[in-house]
Design a protein around this ligand. Structure first.
Ligand code: NAP
Length: 524
C-alpha cells in the first residue's frame, strides 16, 4: 500500500512535496499512517502571498464579517467531526473522550469567538479605553486605538493539541483580520492538515487567509517581517531558539511563547481526609494525570497536601489510578490511551527515573497488562504517582516536567511553605486550590496569581459546575509568566490584542468624534 504524502497549502494553492517525507505513526499499533514534508516549497512567495493577499482582504472586512467566517468554519468542522476522531485515535492514540478535549475544544473556541466578534459589528478598528485630556485645554485629547497588524501570524504548534492548538490561536487572529500560517508539530500533523484542508475545500476564507506547512520548521522564522507575529507552543528549549531568532531579537516581530510548566494543586491546610475538599483534590489529580495520558501543558505535576494528609492522599489517589485501564483506545474499556510516539514514551520513562532520584514511588501502574495492545510496540505508559515528604530539599521535582501520566505528591507543614514551594516552579500556567473557605481561596489567589496565568479554585459549592483544572476555556486567560513562557492567549477579547497594533491618536475632540464613528469600543 502506498502511504499518502500530505500536501501543504501555501500561496493560495496545494503543493505536493518532492522527496520521501517524514512518516507519521499510529503510536499504539506502530503502523505508518501518512507522510509529511515541505522540500522545495517556496516559503518566501507563500508568506508574501498570505501577507499581501490574505491580509488585505481580511482587513477590508468588518469584525462581524470575519466573525461570520469563523461561524462558517465551525459548521465545516462539525460536518467532518467523525473523520477527526478517527485521525486522533490513529495518530495521537487518544480515547474518544480525550480526543474531544482537542477536537471539540477547538470547535467550541472558534464558536465562542464567532459570537464575540459578531457583537463588534461593522467596525474595522477598536477604541481602547476612554479619551484622556492632554493638558489644560479639554479639547485636545488622546484616544488609544487598536488596528489589525498588517502582517501575518505564524503558529508553530506542539504535538499534544493538533486541533485546539490551531483554532484557539486562529480564531482571534482571523477575527482580528490577520492571515494565519500554521506549522503543526510533525508527530501529529495529520489532524491539523486535514482540518485546514476541509476549510480550504469549503471555500470559506479568502485566498491566503489560512495556510498549512507540515514537516520541517527550517526557514519558517527567516520569512518573518516586522509586522508579522509568531506564536510558539512547545518546549522551553525550542522556545529559546524562537526568542533568539533575529526576526524576534532584532526585527521586532511580536512573539508569544507557551512553554512547559510545573503546575500545582494545593489542598487547604484545614482540610480533613473525610472532607469534600480532600475528595475534590483526589478526583482532579487523577483526572489530570490520566486525561490525554497527562500530555497537557496545564496538567497537575505537583500536588501539595498538609503533612498529616500525605498518606491518606497517596492511598486515595492510588486507589483511583488503579482503576485506569490503559491500552488501545479503540477498545471501549480503555480509559487511557497512549503517548503520541515512542520518542515521548522514552522521554517520559527517562523523566520518571530522574524524578525518582528525589522521590519515592507511591503508585506505579506499569506492572498491569495493557488492554488490546502490545507493550513492545505501543507507546503506552501507565500512571505513576511519586511522593516527597521533604519537597523543600528537592530540586528536580520543581524543575523537570514529565510530559505524561506522572505527578508528585508533596507534604507541607505551613501554608507559607506551600506557597514558597509552588513558587519554585518559577511561573506556571495554572494552580488549583481545593478548599471550602472563600477567605483561604482569596488569599491563595493573591499569593499565587502573579506567578500563574490562572488560579482555579475548586470548592464544594462549584464541584459540579467547575470547568476543570486543566481545561482551557476561551473566556479565561491561558499562558503563564516566567518558565511557562511569559505568553498570554485567550481571555475573551483580550486575545485580539496580540494581533492588533495600539497607537495613540492625539487630536481635537471633533477629530476624535470622527474617528470614534469608525471604530467600536473594546470592552472586556
Ligand atoms: P517542541 O519539540 O519544542 O516542538 C514544538 C514545535 O516547534 C513543533 O512544531 C516543532 O516542529 C517546532 N520546532 C522544533 N524545532 C524548531 C526550530 N528550531 N525552529 C522552529 N520550530 C521548531 O515541543 P513538543 O515536544 O511538540 O511539545 C511538548 C511541549 O510543549 C511540552 O513541554 C509542553 O509543556 C509544551 N506545551 C505547552 C503548551 C502551552 O500552552 N503552554 C501547550 C502544549 C504544549 P517538529 O515537530 O517538526 O519538530
Amino acid at each position: 500500500m502506498t502511504i499518502p504524502l500530505l500536501p501543504n497549502y501555501l500561496g493560495g494553492r496545494w503543493h505536493t512535496t518532492s522527496g520521501p517525507g517524514t512518516p507519521l505513526f499510529d503510536p499504539v499499533l506502530g503502523t505508518e499512517l501518512v507522510r509529511v514534508g515541505n522540500t522545495g516549497l517556496d516559503l518566501e512567495a507563500g508568506f508574501r502571498f498570505a501577507r499581501e493577499q490574505g491580509g488585505a482582504v481580511l482587513r477590508a472586512l468588518s469584525y462581524a464579517q470575519r466573525a461570520a467566517l469563523l461561524a462558517a468554519i465551525v459548521k465545516v468542522l462539525q460536518a467532518h467531526r467523525d473523520a477527526y476522531y478517527d485521525i486522533a485515535t490513529a495518530n495521537s492514540g487518544t480515547t474518544a473522550k480525550d480526543s474531544a478535549v482537542d477536537i471539540d475544544g477547538g470547535i467550541f473556541t472558534l464558536g465562542y469567538y464567532a459570537k464575540q466578534g459578531e457583537a463588534l459589528g461593522d467596525a474595522r478598528a477598536l477604541l481602547d479605553g476612554e479619551r484622556i485630556r492632554m493638558g489644560k485645554d479639554p479639547l485636545f485629547q488622546t484616544q488609544h486605538i487598536l488596528q489589525p497588524t498588517p502582517g501575518l501570524a505564524l503558529f508553530i504548534n506542539a504535538f499534544n493539541f493538533p486541533s485546539w492548538g490551531l483554532w484557539e490561536k486562529a480564531a482571534p487572529a482571523l477575527l482580528s483580520g490577520v492571515p494565519v500560517i500554521v506549522k503543526p508539530a510533525t508527530a501529529t500533523a495529520w489532524l491539523t492538515q486535514r482540518m485546514v484542508k476541509d476549510v480550504i475545500d469549503a471555500n470559506i476564507l479568502p485566498p491566503g487567509a489560512l495556510s498549512v506547512v507540515c514537516g520541517s520548521s527550517a526557514g519558517l522564522m527567516d520569512q518573518l517581517q516586522p509586522f508579522d507575529v509568531v506564536s510558539f507552543t512547545g518546549s522551553a528549549e525550542t522556545a529559546r531558539l524562537i526568542r533568539s531568532h533575529p526576526a524576534v531579537a532584532s526585527a521586532g516581530v511580536r512573539c508569544n511563547i507557551e512553554a512547559d510548566s510545573l503546575n500545582s494543586a494545593l489542598l487547604d491546610p484545614s482540610a480533613t481526609a473525610d472532607g469534600e475538599a480532600f475528595n475534590l483534590l483526589v478526583g482532579e489529580v487523577v483526572r489530570e494525570m490520566t486525561v490525554k495520558a497527562g500530555q497537557k501543558c496545564t496538567a497537575i505535576r505537583r500536588v501539595f497536601v498538609p503533612r498529616a494528609l500525605f498518606d491518606a492522599a497517596a492511598q486515595a489517589i492510588a486507589t483511583k489510578l488503579a482503576r485506569t485501564s490503559v491500552g488501545n483506545p479503540r477498545n471501549e474499556t480503555v480509559r487511557m490511551g497512549s503517548l503520541v510516539s515512542q520518542e515521548q514514551k522514552a522521554s517520559v520513562l527517562e523523566g520518571i527515573e530522574k524524578l525518582r532520584t528525589e522521590a519515592e514511588v507511591l503508585y506505579d501502574g506499569r506492572g498491569a497488562a495493557l488492554v488490546d495492545a502490545d507493550a513492545a510496540v505501543a507507546a503506552c505508559v501507565a500512571p505513576v504517582l511519586l511522593g516527597s515528604r521533604e519537597p523543600a530539599k528537592a530540586k528536580l521535582l520543581h524543575e523537570v516536567e514529565v510530559f505524561g501520566p506522572v505527578a508528585t505528591l508533596m507534604a507541607y507543614d505551613r501554608i507559607e511553605q506551600a506557597f514558597e514551594l509552588i513558587h519554585r516552579g518559577e511561573g506556571s500556567l495554572v494552580c488549583s486550590v481545593y478548599s471550602a473557605d472563600p477567605a483561604f481561596i482569596a488569599r491563595t489567589a493573591l499569593e499565587l496569581g502573579s506567578a500563574h496565568g490562572r488560579v482555579h479554585a475548586i470548592s464544594p459549592d462549584v464541584a459540579a459546575s467547575q470547568t476543570g483544572h486543566g481545561n482551557v476555556m476561551p473566556m479565561s486567560l491561558h499562558g503563564g509568566p516566567g518558565r511557562a513562557g511569559g505568553g498570554e492567549e485567550l481571555g475573551g477579547l483580550r486575545a485580539l490584542g496580540f494581533y492588533h497594533r495600539r497607537s495613540a491618536v492625539q487630536a481635537s475632540s471633533a477629530a476624535l468624534d470622527a474617528l470614534a464613528a469608525q471604530a467600536v469600543a473594546l470592552k472586556y
